[in-house]
Design a protein around this ligand. Structure first.
Ligand SMILES: [Zn+2]
Length: 332
């Protein structure tokens, strides 16, 4: 059974209310609907539903296929709760099973307006080709927007800027970005990543003074390229941990440069939530709160947020304890 909570980010601070989803809402500077961001538990995959104050919606990734439609059911439930009858923009960060695999199933449940992606897959093994073909079959029924860094995803009421795509990255700073990044000097490079992860579409969503960043599964060296020599993104309020909180990503050169106020770790019980990455996020300067979608088995007591906090500078929470169901799904 999933334990779930809602986070309400109101004027930069968080409060808990009991609801069947992990959501963030902002208060807009003017009266009207808030921006709503729902972090849907897809058991170590990824899916985030963003509902603009305008009422338009954007789903970033769609979780896994299979499991009797589990992830599509959860996404559809979140959409229904948000009052949606369609998805206006379906953003596919990259073509891995835990992100694009669930797209056909959610497309069978809800009409999708525009499919947004980085272009062709670079993975042509049997599974990679099958995933991409299945995605193209549903993409062909809607509009298609292939994005590159610097592009805007034109959801009404929000500023959504693409900062990474197809292995390329933004070079012209966003407003609030452009500062030299002193962490670049001590960055330890790793072997190049030829996979789809490194080609993830990364976005920054801005509403007024509120900024949310989702970099998909962008990996270590690409994080460096995006944030060095200058921090083109600048500070953010809300950070979805890159790549499920795995230590193949979440380089300090990126996380600490963004100085997120709140981080959500989209880990499964046995996927993501690496101790090294957890510590990087936990130690990020200015962090007020860290949330995990699951207890990370690999992290143990020292590298998971507690059910309650004794710290004064952060109020960590976690959403769900490991269960056989979670462990089975997330380990695939
Ligand atoms: Zn992933």
């Amino acid at each position: 059974m999933r334990n779930t909570l809602v986070v309400m980010a109101m004027t930069g601070w968080l409060a808990l209310v009991g609801q069947p989803l992990l959501s963030a809402q902002t208060q807009t500077p003017t009266k009207g609907k808030p921006l709503e961001i729902d972090f849907i538990d897809v058991e170590g995959g990824q899916s985030t539903l963003i509902v603009s104050p305008s009422g338009e919606s954007m789903l970033v990734d769609a979780g896994w296929p299979g499991f009797n439609g589990r992830d599509a059911d959860r996404i559809a439930a979140a959409a229904k709760k948000a009052g949606l009858t369609r998805i206006d923009y379906m953003v596919v960060t990259h073509y891995h099973t835990d992100h694009v695999g669930g797209v056909p199933a959610i497309a069978a449940k809800l009409p999708i307006g525009t499919f947004v992606d980085h272009g062709e897959t670079v993975e042509h093994d049997q599974q990679g080709d099958a995933l991409y073909r299945a995605y193209l079959q549903v993409r062909d029924k809607g509009k298609h927007l292939q994005v590159k860094p610097g592009d805007t995803i034109p959801i009404k009421g929000l500023d959504v800027r693409v900062v990474a795509a197809a292995g390329e990255h933004l070079t012209t700073p966003l407003p609030l970005g452009g500062q030299p990044n002193p962490l670049c000097a001590s960055f330890p490079a790793r072997d190049p990543d030829p996979s789809e992860n490194a080609r993830s579409v990364g976005i920054v969503v801005t509403l007024g003074a509120f900024r949310f960043v989702d970099l998909g599964d962008l990996t270590w060296n690409k994080e460096h390229d995006l944030f060095c020599p200058n921090n083109v993104i600048g500070p953010v309020d809300l950070y979805l941990t890159t790549h499920h909180g795995l230590n193949q990503s979440n380089a300090p050169v990126a996380v600490h440069a963004m100085r997120p106020r709140v981080a959500v770790m989209n880990n499964g019980a046995k996927k993501g939530g690496s101790p090294e990455a957890w510590q990087t996020v936990h130690d990020s300067p200015g962090l007020l709160d860290l949330w995990q979608v699951h207890y990370a088995v690999a992290g143990g007591a020292d590298h998971n947020v507690g059910e309650s906090s004794s710290r004064t500078w952060t109020r960590p929470r976690r959403l769900a304890s490991p269960s056989p169901h979670n462990a089975t799904a997330a380990s695939r």
